[in-house]
Design a protein around this ligand. Structure first.
Ligand SMILES: [Zn+2]
Length: 75
């Protein structure tokens, strides 16, 4: 059955056009910033991820609390 070939509409608006300056080191920073890992499903989150988002993940995905999934995350 070849139906339902819905093209997912990606509306990614990248308003950053001056990525020329130090984009290399920025990438490194981004990798290092993936510091928070869900202890249940091991999904990485940026260290800058806000607590509400982490809590939402914990509750929606695992029906747990943020502390259960992210014991290392700063509250
Ligand atoms: Zn998880």
């Amino acid at each position: 059955m070849g139906n339902g070939a819905k093209a997912a509409q990606k509306r990614e608006r990248n308003g950053e056009r001056n990525a020329a300056k130090g984009s290399k080191s920025q990438a490194k920073v981004n990798e290092a910033a993936k510091n928070i890992i869900c202890s249940v499903c091991r999904q990485p989150f940026l260290v800058t991820t806000r607590a509400p988002a982490l809590e939402e993940h914990a509750q929606n995905k695992h029906s747990k609390t943020m502390a259960d999934c992210f014991p290392n995350a700063a509250k």
